[in-house]
Design a protein around this ligand. Structure first.
Ligand SMILES: Cc1ncc(COP(=O)(O)O)c(C=O)c1O
Length: 458
């Protein structure tokens, strides 16, 4: 490691706390000091290059440096570097982006609200759901049903909606009133002899049992990612969201769509809801919205939700909500430019082509590898589930560390992927070309071969 990198690493170890990082391991190994980015690649202080097949955190859809986004930010900074959107304030850019998001999401007659992170967007949807029911004379409708293996963020209510134990255990979460129904994983959730249609019926029936047990008059909303991201790239079975929607409608429960990973082309449609046939009342957007080049998120709501908010205030209620940087002009400028680039590059067609190419490489790898149980996903959001026994789908015992070992081997070969247990996640920048896709697949295949050797050695 060159001296500069060493110095940065030392200072980082001395002064910086990292997210989702084991401090002991971190102090032993030190950080990866990222010096610069170019397209889908990042460079460390010594010039070592990595292709980041996770777009950072499923977010840098336009890669790690983009002149047009930089120019949009610079221009906005010199014109208006900050203003807020409380108390009737706005700007041309904010109003235009709100209009664009309503149009793109197909939320006819709807409106958009801005925040700065995905967690805030999800929590905003919960508060709006509470207002919606209160105004309609149902203030006891407070509970939120999420799903096992969901990821919805790290703030306290968003973490409560996660269906991942490590997000709860140390914090005494979930908060009361945040419930979890079954994860619609065909690979792990279907019973012997059950087909997808029967599985969907069982998932819908389980949800209904939960609603009846809790009391329909206590449930405000159901929240879901169209395709689970951090829970292990789980594509629900065909017809799942239509059946779930029917159950929700029967009990007057709102459907909240967390598009924070799936939005803006990731799954081969503009939004994941199109890929899985979901019809939500509210949609949370972040990450790809600005290609993560500025922290900005949004919630797009159906007209009925806005009408409820209007009525709530008319009746004397106050919408006591908002973030200093909601509708930050620079974030709005960057997001507007990112969307313009997605449109110009034909993001949906591009993702479909590159996603199909990466998937067919992975399927070929899976055919020959004895430890690939399933390749799944949509567009450029793909997962490979590792198993000890393909025929029975038997998982590796956790102490074998199959997924984490793959991560290490891939990293040593210059590929950044992300294991979620033994599911390997791939969610590269959407600008990847054929050469990038082939490189990701080649490095993945080589790392899997090395993993097989490690695992068979003990
Ligand atoms: C599906 C999903 N929802 C919400 C979030 C939270 O977003 P943020 O980290 O911006 O709060 C994430 C973050 O990874 C996510 O993957």
């Amino acid at each position: 490691m060159p001296a500069v990198t060493n110095a940065v690493a030392r200072r980082d170890i001395a002064f910086h706390i990292h997210s989702q990082t084991n401090p002991k391991l971190f102090e032993e190994k030190g950080p990866l000091v990222v010096a610069r980015g170019e397209g889908a690649r990042i460079y460390d202080g010594s010039g070592q290059v990595y292709i980041d097949a996770m777009a950072g955190l499923w977010c840098a859809s336009l890669g790690f440096a983009n002149e047009r986004l930089a120019a949009a930010a610079t221009k906005q900074y010199s014109q208006l570097g900050f203003y807020h959107t409380f108390f009737h304030r706005t700007s041309d850019a904010v109003a235009s982006l709100a209009e664009k998001l309503v149009e793109l999401t197909g939320m006819v007659g709807g409106k958009a609200y801005f925040a700065t992170s995905g967690s805030e967007a999800n929590e905003t949807m919960v508060k709006l759901a509470w207002i919606y029911h209160t105004v309609r004379g149902k203030p006891a409708k407070r509970k939120v049903i999420a799903r096992d293996r969901a990821f919805h963020g790290s703030t306290i209510a968003a973490a409560s909606m996660c269906g991942l134990e490590f997000m709860h255990r140390e914090f005494g979460l979930p908060l009361p009133g945040f419930l979890h129904t079954l994860c619609p994983s065909p690979y792990r959730g279907m019973l012997a002899g059950e087909d997808e249609a029967a599985f969907v019926e069982r998932l819908a029936a389980e949800l209904e049992v939960m609603i009846l047990h809790e009391g329909p008059d206590t449930i405000a909303a159901f929240i879901a990612e169209p395709i689970h991201a951090g829970g292990g790239i789980i594509v629900p079975p065909a017809g799942y969201f239509a059946r779930i929607r029917a159950v929700l409608a029967k009990y007057d429960i709102l459907c909240l769509d967390d598009e924070i990973v799936c939005g803006f082309g990731r799954t081969g449609n503009w939004f994941g809801k199109e890929t899985v046939g979901m019809k939500p009342d509210m949609i949370a957007l972040a990450k790809g919205l600005s290609s993560a080049h500025f922290p900005i998120s949004a919630v797009v709501v159906a007209p009925a939700i806005y009408d409820a908010l209007y009525e709530f205030n008319r009746q004397g209620g106050a919408f006591g909500h908002g973030f200093t940087n909601s509708g930050h002009p620079v974030g709005v400028a960057v997001a507007t430019e990112a969307i313009r680039i997605y449109e110009e590059m034909g993001v949906v067609d591009h993702v479909r082509r590159m996603g199909a190419r990466l998937r067919s490489h992975f399927e070929e790898i899976g055919r020959v590898s004895p430890i690939v149980g399933e390749v799944r996903g949509a567009g450029l959001m793909l997962g490979i589930e590792l198993v000890e026994d393909k025929a029975t789908r038997r998982a590796f015992p956790p102490e074998r560390q199959a997924g984490p070992t793959f991560d290490r081997l891939a990293y040593e070969s210059g590929l950044i992927a992300r294991c979620m247990g033994d599911v390997l996640g791939f969610s590269p920048p959407l600008i990847v070309d054929e050469r990038d896709v082939d490189e990701i697949a080649d490095r993945c295949a080589a790392s899997l071969k090395r993993l097989e050797i490690c695992l068979s050695a003990g």
